[in-house]
Design a protein around this ligand. Structure first.
Ligand SMILES: [Zn+2]
Length: 285
């Protein structure tokens, strides 16, 4: 557990190589593993860590050297989920009425809104949260991340006339229960059913991953959430795509550590990053 107030920024910004900069931008909102001191969750750390998209920022670490900035959360998603609307919360979790707008989505109904209520059968809190502590999570963690992402999107769009964004995640291998044995995916690409980026962008990412030998599906069971929705406005030449990678490819989920497949996957994603930067360069020129 760490004190979030002791950090200058609640995220890491891996700046792009300036000489190679392209209007490609990535963010990893769920790979953070800092648990702030004021979290006061009753769930054990080993349970909380299951919510992390562990090591995803490291898997894609080649992006900055290819000219694409990479924003990575430092704080755990179970503290405040950056891939949710600010209004996606359950007033029943609070000790007093929320002073702003409340629009709980189905994520909140499932206990995984802006504030997670449970992880599997484990409840995160044995108390009600104060409005002040939730406001502090928004002010210190949520908004700085979104402000930075928004600034980068606008900056690239102004400079290059368009922006291509990857929202990076990982999915538990248990997702296989949703597929037949022959179709268990290595990657799920989410473009909000064809609405958050150009058809060409998603087809290019799909092609590059398939060419590297991976099984890729689109939009099922993950079609993209708040960040992709917010960034992706293809009619304005703002393209946003969610990429989920199967954790079984690179980590031992039970013991929460990388396994021997990590480096091979990281190397493949370095190759994909290079080709994608080249694709985006051609789109923007
Ligand atoms: Zn995620």
């Amino acid at each position: 557990m760490q004190d979030v107030h002791s950090h200058r920024l609640p995220f890491d910004w891996h700046a792009p190589d300036r000489a190679l900069q392209v209007p490609l931008l990535a963010d990893s909102p769920h790979s953070g593993h800092v648990y702030p001191l004021d979290f006061h969750s009753r769930a054990p750390l080993r349970v909380l860590r299951r919510a992390e998209d562990a090591f995803v920022d490291q898997l894609w670490s080649a992006l900055p050297t290819e000219g694409a900035g990479l924003l990575a959360a430092r704080v755990s998603r179970s503290y405040v989920d950056l891939n949710r609307q600010e209004t996606d919360l359950d007033p029943q979790m609070l000790a007093s009425p929320w002073p702003g707008l409340v629009e709980p989505s189905e994520k909140t109904q499932l206990g995984h809104g802006l504030l997670w209520k449970n992880l599997g059968s484990v409840a995160l809190y044995d108390r009600l949260l104060s409005v002040a502590e939730v406001q502090a999570r928004l002010a210190l963690v949520y908004r700085p991340y979104h402000d930075w992402l928004g600034q980068q999107v606008r900056h690239l769009h102004r400079r290059f006339g368009g922006v291509w964004h990857l929202n990076l995640h990982s999915m538990p291998s248990g997702v296989k229960a949703l597929f037949t044995t022959s179709t268990v995916p290595d990657f799920v690409l989410g473009d909000r059913l064809g609405t958050s980026c150009s058809a060409d962008f998603v087809a290019t990412v799909e092609h590059l991953l398939r060419a590297a030998g991976y099984r890729v599906v689109r939009n099922h069971p993950y079609s993209g959430a708040a960040i992709v929705k917010q960034v992706g406005k293809p009619e304005q030449n703002r393209h946003s795509l969610q990429i989920e990678v199967n954790r079984a490819l690179y980590m031992d989920e039970r013991h929460h550590r990388k396994h021997s497949g990590f480096e091979a996957l990281q190397a493949d994603l370095a190759m994909v990053s290079k080709q994608l930067a080249s694709y985006v360069r051609s789109c923007a020129s």
